[in-house]
Design a protein around this ligand. Structure first.
Ligand code: CP
Ligand code: NVA
Length: 310
């Protein structure tokens, strides 16, 4: 409703400086405390965000919706199936029209070029709620969860990523580059993360960001282990081929035994039990996945507050 010549978009973790990342996480922790103490906080009264989603979502959709409603604002969900976008209306026209109605737009889509194009033409902040290449909000709430369960100095921790070099992995790599913590990735050959994203983060970070095909090597002495699905949304047809290739990359008790004894296990969810993670590990004492899912809501409040300059 109030367009700006320079809206605060958030499309990849690299859009933020390290102090902005740390600010958003510490703000989310404060907002979480406030929420838990039952104190209302409604800086978004009169504001409306749109959620334009081209892929399914449980957590990201509902946590953005509840975040905005708790901040006192309103939400409208825009299924791409129902918009004129489906009939070929250009993204640049959609972005300019939505900017006249809304205060912020959260987008979940396939190509990163879609959020790039929307943001180019939008007079309101555009926030990436997942693309094929990045999941930048997810990784901020993941790091918030690590800070709560370990400690606030990420530089003192070793984080492992085991599985596909996918969108969530890319956002972890960019976060490691910005914040300078050790990140060890184990991905099967042919399923590595994007080379340019990896090289750039490696050049930026004082701590090692390593890539191997050996899951044991990546998990060795890790404080944090990350799992994600083997076939992401849009890759359903490859699922059975991937199940065979990724079988040695399952996070199970045997692999977990290589990590520190107090290691925590993250999974952005939805999880496929007995594929990328065993039932024992997902439901076991090292798993922090429910806190991780909850934190998406608190982190999204901080992102909305920041983006709309509330
Ligand atoms: N973690 C996550 O983004 O979950 P959804 O796909 O349910 O939004
Ligand atoms: N890599 C997964 C993340 C889901 C939240 C996907 O894109 O489907």
């Amino acid at each position: 409703m109030k367009e700006s010549p320079n809206p605060r978009h958030y499309l990849t973790v690299s859009d933020l400086a390290s102090d902005e990342i740390l600010f958003l996480i510490s703000r989310a922790l404060k907002l979480k405390n406030r929420y838990k103490s039952g104190q209302p906080y409604r800086p978004a009264i009169g504001k409306i965000i749109g959620l334009l989603f081209e892929k399914p979502s449980t957590r990201t959709r509902i946590s953005f919706e509840t975040a905005m409603l708790q901040l006192g604002g309103n939400v409208t969900f825009l299924s791409s199936r129902d918009l004129q976008l489906r009939r070929g209306e250009p993204l640049k026209d959609t972005a300019r029209v939505l900017s006249r109605y809304l205060d912020c737009l959260v987008v979940r889509t396939f190509g990163q070029e879609v959020v790039d194009e929307l943001s180019r033409w939008s007079g309101i902040p555009v926030i990436n709620g997942l693309t094929d290449q990045h999941h930048p909000c997810q990784v901020l709430s993941d790091i918030m969860t690590v800070m709560e369960h370990k400690h606030e100095d990420m530089k003192a921790l070793k984080v492992a990523w085991v599985g596909d070099g996918n969108n969530v992995a890319h956002s972890w790599i960019q976060a490691a580059g910005r914040l300078g913590f050790a990140l060890a990735l184990a991905c099967p050959e042919g399923y590595e993360p994007d080379k340019e994203i990896l090289n750039r983060a490696q050049a930026e970070s004082a701590a090692p960001i390593t890539l191997t095909t050996d899951p044991k090597e990546a998990v060795e002495s890790a404080d944090v282990i990350n799992a994600d699905v083997w076939a992401s949304m849009g890759q359903e047809e490859e699922a059975s081929k991937r199940r065979k290739i990724f079988a040695p990359y399952q996070i199970n008790d045997a692999l977990l035994a290589k990590a520190k004894t107090d290691a925590i296990v993250l999974h952005c969810l939805p999880a496929h039990r007995e594929e990328e993670i065993s039932e024992e590990v997902l439901e076991g004492p090292h798993s922090v996945v429910w806190d991780q899912a909850e934190n998406k809501m608190h982190l999204h409040k901080a992102v909305l507050e920041w983006a709309m300059e509330l």
